[in-house]
Structure formats: structure tokens, C-alpha cells
Design a binder for this molecule. Structure first.
Ligand SMILES: [Cu+2]
Length: 546
């Protein structure tokens, strides 16, 4: 037995027992009440800490001590009627060069299932540190790392192919070595074979799908601060009131514990405006990047690895900080350093409630943000940046896909409409079956989601920076029938050959009129140092007849 039953019982009722954190700024400003939600973080951390030595793992692996590389609570919405606190974890056994998927329910910690998995996991902090010890044993590179002549960074793609005689691949991490002032050694990305514990070097100093040369893009350098492993708990219910009236209420989960194959940034659930349900869930569960002329990548990114940014205030739950002043991400400060990882919550000067987090994937830095206005407008935002590398100053395109499960009032009877202005005359058309759509500036196109039993609707108004489709990312908007578990297309970050979105596989002609519907909205950001543009994208979600 790993967890005392009494602790688990209290975990289930934590929400009711936690004291509210009250903050009362000046009159006329939004008042926030923030209450921790979800399982007791201490219970989850205890369970994770014991998982590699769980009796079921020992029975299968014998004396080998695997490393926990990934953990996630599955967070199904209430309408899926999932019971308990299900989780999915991945362990890696270096003796067998084998990953194991572990699944179960935190409320029945003795009964876990263990199965071999061919999933290739993104390295976490402890594994990256372990890989560095292999480099440190190299006479030349180890000495250069110790003297500061080389600075190590986590490269892309994070895990490299390394085929062996039997056709299997040794788990091999990509680590960049960037020369510092006066260094005699070149910039290179090496592979660290975690099974043979030896270094691999590559022609042109970089493995396939990556680049390392004298050209370094995107100052600032990586601050090399610690990042979050996947599966750190941290969820709160936020209530925002003005003059005693509730304007917004929602549950927010930090990126580390966000849902989806590759996670989804700042993850919102059960969003209410003025007491009426708006969304069951909203998050950015697909993110990828594609380079012109395949200079690097393409990559499917992951969205759980929180990095440091500056947020001053009080922690209200693990990885959730109520800030007294606006948080500063790398896009605000130009610096990769910070004092906090997770979700910062603050109210800005315009009475906008802001949730913001910064994430890392190799040399990329991503900002996931939501802005809530007192008129019901909700602004999903995503920002793109990076630290020194040899790829990102080559023209490339980031594509972010927000999945928004609008359920106005209830999850039944959703209706999605397309708005166009034809010769200046507004036209509103019901979308009858599952479909994918393009933006159309010429007809001022937008989309609306409503419940057919009410007059209220939310408009999805394209943002000015939301860019254009291309052959790699050919769709701007999907309207699909809701099905449990379809939170993304299931393409894992390591699958180089299918980094493009495949949401369209869910588009199979189902009726969406007066059904439970989910919509996807894409923004496309072209990152081109030769013609700098705004690095922040996202649409406007605006209510009507509320
Ligand atoms: Cu970029």
C-alpha cells in the first residue's frame, strides 16, 4: 500500500476544505477568489515518488530501477462520466532500453497496469542532467563544459534515432554545446546514447532535423534554469467579481498538468460568464513548427515544460501565483531568466483578468495566455520566442491549434454558424455537418457558437496576426462532433514524419446541427528575422445577447 487511505479520502474532499485566498484591490477593480482544486498535490507527489518501486513494477522489472519520465492526470470532463482519478505515466528502464506505460487510478494505488510501450518520451530535467554526466566524462568536451568554454542546452529534436544491429534504437538525447566567448571548439549538437552511455557526433555538427553552426539566432542565451517535469499538479478555481457580482468563474490547470498527448499550455475548464456556462474546456492542444526548405525540423512541440519567467506575488497552489503586478515573460523582458514556473494570475490596468505561462521546448520559448474582460470577451493568446540556436533565424512557421469545447448553457444543442458579408450584406449560415474552413478577410468571415435553445452566442473573430494557411497547415477552423478523448490528434512529439496536424481524421461527415460540438481555431505565425512582426497571435471570443 503506497498511500494511506485517510490521505486519499481527504484528497477527494480537498476542494471543499481549502480556505479561499481572498484579494480585495481598490473599489471598481475585479476581486479575485482563488481556491485550490483537484487531488492533494502531496498525495500525487508521494505516489509518483514511489511509482518506480511499486510492487507491480518490481515484479515485472526485477532489480532494474526505471526512471519516471512522464506523469499525467487525465482530467476528463464531467460529461464523459469518468470516475476516480485516472492517470497515465511512463517509466523508462535503461537496462532493457524499454519504455513502460503505467495506468491506473490514484484512488486505487495498488492496482496499476504496466505495459511495454514504443512511445519515445521527451527527456525531463533529471534525465538531461544524467546525460550531461556522460558528456562530462569526455576528455575534451567535459573539460570545455567545466571551464565554461561550452554551454550545454537541450536541443531539438529532443530524442535522436540511433539504430542498433537488431533494428531497435538506443534511447539517445540531443544536447547542444554552444561555444562561449573565446571558445576554440565549434558549436555542435551531440547525441548521448543513454544505454551505452557514450557520445555520438554528427557530420556538419548536428543530427538530422537540426542544425548547429557559427550562426546563432535569437539572443538571449538560454538561462539554463530548471524547467517543470510533466505532471506537477496545480489547479485552481478562480472567481472574478465586480461590485459583488460574479463576472467570471473557471477552473485553470498549469501547463505541467494540462491535458493532451503533448499537453496544452494553460488549460481552462468549466468557464462561466455572468453565471452562464461558456466552455467546458479550452486549451491549445496542438503546436508545431515547419521551416522553409526544411532548414530544421519540422517539429511537433510539447506544452507541459514550464520555464522560468518573472511573476511577483503569492502562491495560491503549486505552480499558480496571484501577482500584484503584471507578469513578464521573455516576450516582455527579452530575458530567459525568471523567478517562477507555472501560471501567473493578475488583473491589469484595464480590469482584464490575465492568466499567463511560459513554456520551453528545446530552444523554443512559448507563451500561453488567456485574457478575460468584464464585457465577456475572452482572448486566447499564444506567443513565440526562443534562445540562442542555429535554426530560428531561418524563416519558419509556427501553427497553434486551440481546441474550444463551447457548451453554452448545456452541452446539448450546440450550433455553429459561419458569418460572411457578401457585397456588404451579412449572411449567417448554419454548419450542418463536420467541416473545415478557411478565414476570409474579403467577406469579414467569423464563426459563432450558440445553443439552439437560447439567443446567446459567442463569436470567434479572427485576430489580425493570425496569419495564413499553407501546404503544411491547410486549415484555419474545424467544427466537429464532440467525442470523449478527442482532445488532440494523438501524434506524439517524437514522430518526425507526422508533425502536421491531423484533426481532419475526426471529420467524417457527422451531423453537427443541434449536437454536442467542439471547434478548433488555428493561428499561423511566420517567424522571419528579416521582416519582424508581432509575435503574439489569437482570436477574440465575444458574447452577444448574453
Ligand atoms: Cu519561431
Amino acid at each position: 500500500m503506497l498511500l494511506p487511505a485517510a490521505v486519499l479520502t481527504s484528497a477527494a474532499t480537498l476542494l471543499a476544505q481549502q480556505p479561499a485566498v481572498q484579494t480585495r484591490p481598490a473599489a471598481g477593480a475585479l476581486e479575485l477568489e482563488i481556491v485550490p482544486a483537484g487531488p492533494d498535490p502531496a498525495v500525487v507527489e508521494d505516489f509518483k515518488a514511489g511509482l518506480a518501486q511499486h510492487p507491480a513494477v518490481k515484479a515485472r522489472l526485477g532489480g532494474a530501477l526505471p526512471r519516471l519520465l512522464s506523469f499525467q492526470l487525465l482530467h476528463a470532463p464531467e460529461k464523459d462520466a469518468v470516475t476516480g482519478t485516472p492517470f497515465e505515466a511512463y517509466l523508462f528502464d535503461y537496462q532493457r532500453n524499454q519504455a513502460y506505460a503505467v495506468s491506473g487510478d490514484l484512488e486505487r494505488p495498488d492496482a496499476i497496469q504496466l505495459a511495454e510501450s514504443d512511445r519515445i518520451l521527451v527527456p525531463n530535467g533529471p534525465e538531461y542532467a544524467d546525460a550531461l554526466t556522460v558528456i562530462e566524462e569526455d576528455p575534451l568536451l567535459g573539460a570545455a563544459l567545466r571551464s565554461g568554454e561550452l554551454m550545454a542546452y537541450m536541443a531539438m529534436p529532443p530524442v535522436l534515432e540511433n539504430p542498433q544491429a537488431d533494428g531497435r534504437h538506443h534511447r539517445t538525447l540531443a544536447i547542444g554545446l554552444l561555444p562561449q566567448n573565446g571558445a576554440r571548439l565549434p558549436h555542435q549538437i551531440v547525441g548521448v546514447d543513454m544505454i551505452a552511455r557514450r557520445l555520438l557526433t554528427y557530420p556538419d555538427n548536428a543530427p538530422p532535423h537540426a542544425r548547429a553552426n557559427a550562426l546563432t539566432c535569437n539572443p538571449p542565451p538560454s538561462a539554463n534554469q530548471s524547467t517543470s517535469n510533466r505532471g506537477l499538479t496545480g489547479s485552481v478555481v478562480v472567481r472574478a467579481r465586480l461590485g459583488g457580482i460574479e463576472y467570471w468563474r473557471f477552473l485553470v490547470t498549469r501547463p505541467s498538468d494540462s491535458t493532451g498527448t503533448n499537453a496544452s499550455g494553460v488549460d481552462l475548464r468549466n468557464v462561466y460568464f455572468r453565471g452562464k456556462k461558456v466552455l467546458t474546456q479550452a486549451h491549445a492542444s496542438i503546436l508545431n513548427v515547419n521551416y522553409d526548405t526544411s532548414a530544421c525540423g519540422p517539429y511537433r512541440d510539447w506544452l507541459w515544460e514550464e520555464g522560468m519567467f518573472t511573476a511577483d506575488g503569492t502562491d495560491v497552489a503549486p505552480g499558480i501565483r496571484r501577482c500584484s503586478t503584471p507578469a513578464q515573460t521573455i516576450l516582455d523582458s527579452g530575458s530567459d531568466s525568471g523567478n517562477f514556473r507555472g501560471v501567473a494570475i493578475y488583473v491589469d490596468g484595464n480590469n482584464e483578468l490575465v492568466l499567463v505561462s511560459e513554456m520551453e521546448a528545446g530552444w523554443y520559448r512559448y507563451v500561453s495566455e488567456w485574457r478575460f474582460r468584464t464585457d465577456g470577451t475572452l482572448l486566447p493568446r499564444f506567443g513565440f520566442d526562443g534562445v540562442q540556436n542555429s535554426c530560428t533565424c531561418r524563416r519558419h512557421h509556427h501553427h497553434v491549434y486551440w481546441r474550444m469545447d463551447f457548451d453554452l448553457g448545456s452541452d446539448l444543442n450546440d450550433r455553429v454558424q459561419e458569418y460572411n458579408e457578401i457585397s456588404g450584406v451579412p449572411q449567417v449560415t448554419d454548419l450542418a455537418v463536420e467541416t473545415d474552413r478557411l478565414r476570409s478577410g474579403g467577406t469579414n468571415r467569423s464563426w459563432r457558437v450558440q445553443n439552439s435553445t437560447g439567443a446567446e452566442f459567442y463569436s470567434i473573430l479572427p485576430g489580425a496576426n493570425d496569419g495564413f494557411t499553407n501546404a503544411y497547415a491547410p486549415v484555419d477552423f474545424y467544427a466537429l462532433r464532440y467525442h470523449p478523448g478527442q482532445v488532440d490528434d494523438g501524434h506524439a512529439t517524437w514522430q518526425f514524419w507526422r508533425t502536421a496536424e491531423d484533426i481532419g481524421k475526426f471529420e467524417d461527415g457527422e451531423d453537427i446541427l443541434d449536437q454536442d460540438v467542439v471547434v478548433w481555431y488555428a493561428a499561423h505565425f511566420t517567424h522571419d528575422d528579416q521582416s519582424p512582426n508581432n509575435h503574439i497571435v489569437g482570436p477574440t471570443l465575444a458574447p452577444a445577447n448574453w
